[in-house]
Design a protein around this ligand. Structure first.
Ligand code: SAH
Length: 231
């Protein structure tokens, strides 16, 4: 990982203007972490990852001054980077342990991917927008983040070739819980998925055995929709 050896100059998403990670950005991240703690995030591993990952480099440089606000922002292709609180909340529900095999549906900007990698997970991520798949596949290695596998495709199907997973995180609002994702979870594994059309209920499924899942529901969230591929 490159983070920690500052200042480094990176070229961020969709701009040729070099954008640095500076002590100012690090200070803003520390403030963000304090806010997330105040909102109830307690997992030290999650908070540390958010403290270290330079979120502004996952956005177009025009958002540089806003990147550490606890808000979602556009990332192109009609999609958004999730709000840091949402990233933290979902990551906390996953209870990631080092070297866990984690499947992410909806790579988007790659920010959630980076947080999970920083937490020590081996991340497999799927994105259905080719533009985002391509730009994020280029961006992550530039930032020193090595996801195990990035793929272009339909997350409704999961990634059967790489299953089973210790946990699965869906970062778009799903009208239903896709059955293939449940099937690709290890026994004891956790699936974190926002379920609903206009608004979603954050849902955690824990796989108890071959056929049984324990369901827990958390508050309302708002995500861009999990779309089905037409091809
Ligand atoms: N984790 C992302 C969130 C991006 S928003 C981030 O941190 O930036 C949700 C993403 O899910 C979008 O990029 C969208 O294109 C993608 N998506 C929607 N439906 C999908 C599907 N069926 N399969 C894979 N990705 C999907």
């Amino acid at each position: 990982m490159l983070f920690g050896s500052f200042p480094l100059i990176f070229t961020n998403r969709k701009t040729t203007v070099p954008v640095k990670d500076t002590p100012k950005h690090q200070g803003l991240r520390n403030q963000l972490v304090t806010q997330l703690e105040a909102k109830g995030i307690t997992d030290k591993n999650v908070l540390e990852a958010i403290r270290l990952i330079p979120r502004h480099l996952f956005l177009n440089s025009s958002f540089e001054d806003f990147a550490y606000q606890d808000k979602a922002f556009p990332i192109g292709a009609g999609q958004t980077i999730s709000q840091p609180y949402t990233v933290a909340f979902q990551s906390q529900l996953l209870q990631v342990k080092k070297d866990d095999k984690v499947l992410e549906i909806g790579t988007g900007s790659g920010y959630q991917t980076a947080v999970l990698c920083k937490m020590g997970a081996k991340v497999y991520s799927v994105e259905r927008q080719n533009e985002l798949f391509k730009s994020t596949s280029l961006l992550l290695p530039k930032l020193g983040i090595r996801a195990k596998h990035l793929s272009f495709g339909d997350g409704y199907k999961g990634l059967p070739a790489h299953a089973p997973f210790d946990s699965i995180i869906v970062t778009a609002g799903a009208p239903i819980i896709p059955q293939p994702l449940m099937a690709q979870l290890k026994i004891g594994g956790r699936l974190v998925i926002p379920v609903g059309e206009k608004e979603q209920i954050m849902t955690l499924l824990i796989r108890k055995n071959e056929t049984q899942f324990e369901k827990h529901e958390f508050g309302d969230f708002k995500f861009v929709p999990l779309l089905e591929n037409k091809n």
